[in-house]
Design a protein around this ligand. Structure first.
Ligand code: ZN
Length: 294
């Protein structure tokens, strides 16, 4: 019982931090933790996560059925259940809408470039789970596709989800996702990230092993994509170009992997001459030119 009291207090504290940092607005977001193998403790629906009290929490079984509590469990509990079902070692789940990471999720840009050694070794890649209507099984299904091999996900046009072996670790992963998104955004505004090379990523994989950093899956081999839509994902796809002997690779290398559905930047001129278009912008320009020719 003492443990449950502590977990209730921890959820309150994490909700307060999510709200204070602007990771949630209004009643957004939800947090859950395993109490025992068959019981979960979760935030209630319809309250600001910044102003919760320990007695507001709800306990449910592993199908989301309420066991105790005056309030109803979070409407997004299905997404949490999908995590607990597929990751028996996971003890806690945090879902929020941090603005920069959610901006990437809205723009359809995954956080899957090898940029920061620390993020590579801990979270690895942070892909985007397909859009699903919140609180339906669609969203849970989208999460299910990626959650076996990732501890952090963006949710298309929605937010982010992080999981870990305890509540605070799951919360800190949410901080890392948002921090990484901010750094990536600034680097893109400054002309694009220089990426860690495939060789360096390989070294970092070695560090994961040496320091026992629990990553849910290894990185995909360079020639292997993450898996097609609807398919289960089995490794973490990281964009890390190979250039033998190089630790950092210029961003102009990006896109050579042939990710046709992605918005990579095409350097039309040399690196210093500055015209950079997304794949979509380029397609629109060509379409316009063709129209005018007719
Ligand atoms: Zn949400």
């Amino acid at each position: 019982m003492q443990i449950e009291e502590r977990l209730r207090a921890d959820i309150v504290e994490i909700g307060r931090r999510l709200h204070e940092r602007g990771f949630v607005a209004s009643n957004d977001g939800n947090i859950s933790v395993r109490l025992e193998a068959e019981r979960l403790l979760t935030t209630p629906t319809g309250v600001s996560k910044g102003f919760m009290t320990p007695d507001m929490m709800v306990t449910t079984d592993l199908s989301g059925r309420k066991l105790t509590g005056d309030r109803e469990p979070s409407s997004e509990i299905l997404m949490h259940l999908a995590v607990y079902e597929h990751r028996p070692e996971i003890e806690a789940v945090v879902h929020a809408h941090p603005p920069t990471a959610t901006g990437f999720a809205v723009a359809g840009v995954p956080l899957d470039r090898a940029v920061l050694a620390e993020v590579v070794t801990t979270l690895g890649s942070i892909p985007i789970a397909d859009y699903g209507t919140p609180s339906t099984s669609e969203l849970a299904d989208a999460v299910r596709q990626y959650i076996r091999v990732h501890d952090g996900l963006l949710l298309a046009n929605h937010g982010a989800l992080t999981v870990a072996h305890d509540l605070f670790a799951a919360y800190y992963k949410m901080e890392t996702v948002e921090h990484f998104a901010r750094i990536s955004l600034v680097a893109r505004q400054l002309g694009g990230e220089r990426l860690l090379s495939r060789e360096e990523v390989h070294r970092l994989q070695g560090l994961r092993d040496r320091y026992g950093i629990a990553a849910p899956a290894p990185f995909c081999p360079p020639d292997r994509a993450e898996g097609k839509k609807g398919e289960d994902v089995s490794c973490q796809a990281l964009e890390a170009p190979s250039q033998p002997g190089a630790r950092l690779v210029e961003a102009q290398m990006i896109g050579s992997g042939g990710a046709a559905t992605r918005d990579f930047h095409l350097g039309l001129l040399g690196p210093d001459e500055g015209i950079r278009l997304t794949y979509r912008e380029l397609t629109a320009l060509i379409a316009d030119a063709v129209k005018q020719l007719r």
